[in-house]
Ligand binder design. Structure first.
Ligand code: ZN
Length: 305
C-alpha cells in the first residue's frame, strides 16, 4: 500500500522519512533537513531548525550526518552532532575538510565581499574545517540498516552535489536543484553550467511519485515538479539571451555586463554579496560562450564573433 504524507510539528513525514522544513534564522544558514528513522538513524543537511536539531543531538539518537554538498547552508548545524559518522560525495570532500579549500572553490578574487562574508559566517558557526568518514559516489546506497536510499550524483551546483532517492516512499530529493524562482545558482569557481544542465535533464527523466528540494517546505507530485523544473531550467537560456543581446548592442567588459541585472534584478545589485554572485555567474556564461565560439575577448572587452 502506498505511504501517504502526514504533517508534523516541524514538517512532514512519509513512513520513516521525516522532512524538517527550514525555519528562517539569523543565527545560521538554513535549508531543509531529512531525518531517516532507521537502526542507523541519519540526518541529511542539518540546517533547518535549531531547537529541534539540538534536541535530536542531545538525545544522541543520530548516528550519521549526510551532507548533500559542501555549502554552508547545508551543514551549518553539523557541529551539534558529535561522535557521528559524516558522509558526503568524494568530489565535495576537500571543501568540507578545509575552509581554505572552500575559499578556493568559492571565488577567484581573494578579498571579495563574498570571501569576507564567508570568513565571517564560518568563524561564527564553528564549522571552519569539517570531518568526513564515509564517501559516496553515484549509484551507492546510503549506509542504512532498514531503508534503501540511493545516491544520484548531480554535479553542476557543486562538483559533488547529490540527489537522494528514497526507494521505500518513492521520493526523489534534488537538494539545490531547488526550483526557487530566482533560478539556478552557480556562483562558485567549482560550479559548472553544462554539468548543471545535464543534472537537470537527469532528474527530469527520473520517475518517482514524489519530489522534494532543499528550499521550500513542500513535496511535489511529478506534474508539479516538472512544471517548476522547466521554469528553473529555462533561466539558463534567458540569461544567455540577455548577455548576447547586451553584446550585440556593443562590446562590453565583465564589469559592465555585471551591472545590467542578468541574474538578479538591477535594483538588487547594490547588495555587495549579490553583486559578487552576479559577476561570477555572468562570467560562467561568458566562458561557456567563448568555448562555443560565440564570443571572444580582447583586452578584457567581450565581443560577438
Ligand atoms: Zn548549495
Amino acid at each position: 500500500m502506498a505511504i501517504e504524507p502526514t504533517t508534523t510539528e516541524n514538517g512532514l513525514r512519509l513512513g520513516d522519512i521525516e522532512f524538517i522544513w527550514a525555519r528562517n534564522s539569523r543565527d545560521f544558514f538554513f535549508s531543509n533537513s531529512i531525518l531517516i528513522h532507521d537502526s542507523q538513524t541519519t540526518i541529511v543537511d542539518p540546517s533547518s531548525n535549531f531547537t529541534y536539531l539540538e534536541q535530536l543531538a542531545s538525545r544522541k539518537v543520530v548516528q550519521q550526518v549526510l551532507n548533500t554538498h559542501y555549502h554552508v547552508d547545508h551543514r551549518s548545524l553539523n557541529h551539534l552532532f558529535r561522535n557521528c559518522q559524516f558522509i558526503c560525495h568524494e568530489k565535495d570532500l576537500a571543501a568540507i575538510l578545509s575552509f581554505d579549500n572552500y575559499l578556493k572553490y568559492a571565488d577567484s578574487e581573494r578579498n571579495s565581499d563574498y570571501v569576507l562574508w564567508l570568513k565571517n559566517i564560518f568563524s561564527s558557526l564553528e564549522i571552519l574545517d569539517g570531518y568526513v568518514s564515509i564517501l559516496l559516489k553515484d549509484g551507492d546506497l546510503v549506509p542504512l540498516k532498514d531503508h534503501a536510499v540511493r545516491v544520484l550524483h548531480i554535479p553542476g551546483h557543486t562538483p559533488g552535489h547529490l540527489a537522494l532517492f528514497f526507494e521505500d516512499i518513492d521520493l526523489l530529493y534534488t537538494s539545490d536543484i531547488d526550483l526557487t524562482p530566482l533560478g539556478p545558482w552557480y556562483a562558485n569557481i567549482s560550479s559548472d553550467i553544462d554539468q548543471f544542465l545535464a543534472s537537470i535533464r537527469r532528474v527530469k527523466l527520473f520517475h518517482s511519485r514524489y519530489y522534494a528540494t532543499s528550499h521550500g517546505g513542500r513535496i511535489y507530485d511529478r506534474e508539479q515538479f516538472l512544471e517548476k523544473l522547466e521554469k528553473f531550467e529555462s533561466a539558463f537560456e534567458k540569461r544567455d539571451t540577455r548577455i548576447l543581446e547586451a553584446l550585440n548592442e556593443r562590446p562590453r567588459d565583465l564589469k559592465e555586463l555585471s551591472q545590467i541585472g542578468i541574474i538578479f534584478k538591477s535594483s538588487q545589485l547594490s547588495d555587495p554579496l549579490k553583486a559578487c554572485f552576479e559577476r561570477q555567474m555572468v562570467e560562467k556564461h561568458l566562458e561557456r560562450f567563448e568555448k562555443q565560439g560565440k564570443i571572444y575577448q580582447e583586452n578584457g572587452i567581450w565581443r560577438l564573433t
